[in-house]
Ligand binder design. Structure first.
Ligand code: HEM
Length: 380
């Protein structure tokens, strides 16, 4: 904000100095008066500065209806699938396991990052659920996004008493907004995802960026969910500013390989946590620029050159046996949502606004069908 204002002020002074446009007319009686055009230009500049600096969400009028359409389709799909047995998550139904972890806020954070849950030097107990993205439960060798959902417990300032970070192993999402997500969901229901990327023969309607992102996600080689990096893809408030989150594995652990088992990701996690621990650096990327770091389009990556990720916490996963029937059942019954958050870390942007309605309702629907109560855990 400060840099932008100083630059603009410098340009205005330069224009005046160069006599391209002199806004100060010497009145006949010897006094300076401002000309109206100049006042209008100044007001416009100040107004755009205000818009640029603030984290302002722009809600398209069609978003409310689009959200209801998405919810209707997803709810129908969850209920139809449940006719064959248990109700599952509509996205990320295949879990590799839920593990117990410790989320430790780092000492010596700069003042600007001491915000919300990062304000105090503190450890939070956390559940972490690792998953595959596809709505179908399939072999781990199928190309797919991998999810990491962290739930911090004992967060007094959050309504749910939890703070969740819901992430995938790619920096950007493949859908721009709610209206596009309607078309994506329709294509999924028709079992023809290509229709979303190439809706007609008109090349101007092709969604090439989205197609590229999905291919990048599908072509990643993942052998151990504890070994990779995850991103929030969508932005979140950070006090007056906005950030994206990321969790990066601290070190490559024992090399584990893809096997012919359909569940090798879970098996490799079991193998690693039998004897050793795992850890992640939890990072934030601060939005320091408006035009190239949009709030409303999560298909656009925020440049790390403009704003590098900064580590603010460490996630430690101690050795443990997590693959037990009891823990797997608990894992199934947990509900992660970007909206389990303190006001300082409120989710931002259209895709997150859709997720508010969808995650809340779908979690309720699947718990109702399964005869389970929704419980936000407060401790292990
Ligand atoms: C409009 C866009 C989106 C819709 C409609 C959607 C929908 C859903 C639904 C219905 C669930 C299951 C919720 C439950 O039953 O508890 C879910 C889970 C999940 N979503 Fe999304 N999602 C969207 C965007 C995203 C984005 C941008 C990310 C990227 C970080 C993401 C990552 C995840 C993950 C990791 C889970 C699994 C959470 C868990 O382990 O329980 N989703 N999503």
């Amino acid at each position: 904000m400060k840099v932008q204002s100083i630059t603009l002020a410098a340009i205005v002074l330069k224009v005046i100095k160069m006599k391209i446009y002199n806004p100060l007319n010497l009145h006949q009686n010897g006094r300076f008066i401002m000309d109206n055009k100049f006042l209008i230009i100044c007001s416009f500049i100040l107004f755009t500065q205000f818009l640029c600096a603030e984290v302002i969400e722009q809600i398209p009028i069609e978003e409310k209806i689009a959200t209801q359409k998405i919810l209707g389709m997803i709810e129908h799909s969850v209920k139809t699938e449940a006719l064959h047995g248990q109700a599952r998550r509509d996205a990320h139904p295949k879990s590799h396991g839920c593990v117990m972890a410790k989320f430790s806020v780092l000492a010596s954070l700069p003042k600007s990052l001491k915000m919300g849950i990062f304000k105090e030097l503190r450890d939070y107990p956390a559940w972490i659920r690792f998953s595959n993205g596809s709505g179908k439960i399939q072999d781990d060798s199928e190309g797919d996004g991998r999810g990491m959902a962290i739930k911090l417990m004992g967060v007094e300032k959050s309504k749910s008493l939890t703070q969740d970070f819901v992430m995938i192993n790619h920096p950007v999402f493949f859908v721009r907004n709610a209206s596009d997500y309607v078309e994506f969901q329709q294509a999924i229901i028709a079992d023809s995802p290509f229709r979303f990327f190439f809706p007609s023969l008109n090349p101007f309607k092709f969604r090439l960026r989205e197609f590229w992102i999905v291919n990048e996600i599908k072509n990643k080689d993942v052998t151990n969910p504890l070994d990779i990096q995850y991103w929030s893809q969508t932005p979140y408030s950070f006090g007056q500013s906005a950030v994206k989150y990321s969790a990066r594995s601290c070190h490559k652990s024992i090399p584990l390989h893809e096997s012919s088992s359909p569940n090798y990701l879970r098996e490799n996690m079991v193998r690693q946590l039998e004897k050793s621990s795992a850890c992640f650096e939890f990072m934030v990327q601060v939005r320091n620029q408006s035009t190239d770091m949009p709030i409303e389009d999560p298909t656009i990556e925020w440049s790390e050159e403009m704003s590098p990720f900064i580590t603010v916490a460490r996630v430690t996963i101690p050795p443990q046996q997590f693959n037990t029937p009891k823990q797997n059942e608990l894992c199934e019954n947990l509900s992660f949502s970007p909206w389990h958050a303190t006001p300082e870390h409120r989710p931002l942007g259209g895709i997150n606004r859709v997720r508010k309605v969808v995650y809340e309702t779908i979690s309720r629907v699947r718990h109702e069908i399964n005869g389970q109560e929704i419980i936000e855990p407060t401790r292990f």
